[in-house]
Design a protein around this ligand. Structure first.
Ligand SMILES: Cc1cc2nc3c(=O)[nH]c(=O)nc-3n(C[C@H](O)[C@H](O)[C@H](O)COP(=O)(O)OP(=O)(O)OC[C@H]3O[C@@H](n4cnc5c(N)ncnc54)[C@H](O)[C@@H]3O)c2cc1C
Length: 334
């Protein structure tokens, strides 16, 4: 599929988002199903085990909606503590990313706004610290996702604070579309941080973010190079062939060992490309979101970025066409 050269949504993407309120909840659930590991911890653990059996690592994400109270933030924290207990009880047989903290399955991703950022600085600090401790107890890892630009500084600051307090099982995310990220990455590289590189999913203004996909892709590869050259553990989180190929070339050129990098993809997205990368021996981790708030999450994420709605709709239509046609393309999701 040809990539649009800008981050602006096209007509098809906007039409999908406009029609969402008219779609029955059951249909939205069906559309979202490949991308969400159900509404309970049990369904999520089932997905984690299935992926581990295929030699894939995972990171669990508890879906949370815009939180407005301490009680909701604490409920999200408790859901992560329950996830840590369940992950601790799992035998981690995945060979993926051996030598990396948390290795294959003992890995969660958290969004700070779901844990109290924007409500109370101490609350979000304490909630993330509690999750980091619980994950450390099982030899696990916590990735702090990056949200939209009003939260960038606070997210980086909390990451640094927690590290300074001795939490050494944390990683952070940087967004290649933000103009500021090269500066942030220089600091993170100097500190030896574990960093996931993404394009960025939110709609950001041109003063803050590159709008041209070619600039975003060039920045993604430049940031990845800076981190890899500094010896940081770097996670390339993308489904874009150009970036995947660029990152493969980068790790080959720099001879980055497999305990110093991994590819990451979202559950249900470009599975054939994912499996191909894993079969080539690249560590591969799948982002596994789950939770009761799947509907709100799906609708919010799709509204936030209509391009994602377009991707999902195209992939769903392609899946239906494959089933009706009774044949599989060489590369699903391409
Ligand atoms: C593991 C992981 C963690 C992430 N964490 C963050 C984060 O913390 N903060 C943040 O801002 N962003 C995050 N993102 C999202 C990221 O910023 C991008 O928006 C997203 O990955 C799409 O960009 P892409 O590089 O895959 O390229 P694109 O050009 O957008 O996609 C390439 C192709 O992949 C397919 N595709 C991509 N996304 C989807 C989808 N959702 N559904 C169906 N098909 C799709 C399409 O076929 C598309 O043509 C994360 C992404 C991943 C994979």
């Amino acid at each position: 599929m040809t990539q649009p050269a800008t981050t602006q949504p096209g007509f098809f993407d906007r039409a999908i988002v406009r029609s969402m309120p008219m779609l029955p909840r059951g249909l939205v659930r069906r559309i979202s199903a490949p991308y969400i590991a159900g509404s309970t911890l049990d369904t999520a653990m089932h997905a984690v085990q299935g992926l581990a059996a295929q030699g894939l690592g995972t990171t669990l994400d508890v879906l949370g909606e815009a939180i407005t109270s301490r009680a909701e933030a604490e409920a999200t924290r408790d859901a992560y503590l329950a996830a840590a207990a369940a992950l601790g009880a799992l035998e981690d047989s995945s060979p993926v990313a051996a030598g990396v903290i948390g290795a294959g399955v003992r890995n969660v991703s958290v969004k700070l706004t779901a844990l109290g950022l924007g409500i109370d600085d101490q609350l979000v600090h304490d909630n993330v610290a509690a999750i980091a401790r619980a994950m450390a107890d099982i030899g696990g890892f916590v990735r702090i996702d990056m949200e939209d630009s009003p939260y960038t500084d606070a997210t980086l600051e909390l990451f640094r604070t927690l590290q300074a307090e001795g939490h050494d099982n944390l990683g952070i995310v940087v967004q290649a579309y933000l103009r500021r990220t090269a500066g942030d990455v220089a600091q993170l590289a100097a500190a030896g941080a574990r960093v996931r590189v993404v394009k960025g999913i939110y709609v950001e203004p041109a003063e803050l973010a590159f709008q041209d996909m070619r600039e975003i892709n060039a920045n993604f590869l430049a940031l990845s190079r800076t981190l890899a050259e500094a010896g940081c553990h770097v996670a390339f989180a993308t489904h874009d062939d150009e970036l995947i190929d660029g990152c493969r070339a980068l790790v080959a050129e720099l001879q980055v060992p497999t305990d110093k990098y991994e590819f990451q993809m979202l559950l249900g997205v470009r599975e054939a490309r994912r499996d191909e990368l894993a079969a080539q021996g690249h560590p591969l981790r799948v982002y596994v979101p789950f939770g009761a708030q799947w509907y709100e999450y799906s609708v919010r994420r799709l509204r936030e970025n209509p391009r994602v709605a377009g991707h999902v709709a195209r992939e769903t239509l392609a899946g239906w066409r494959r089933r009706v046609g009774g044949r599989r393309p060489a590369r699903a999701g391409a």
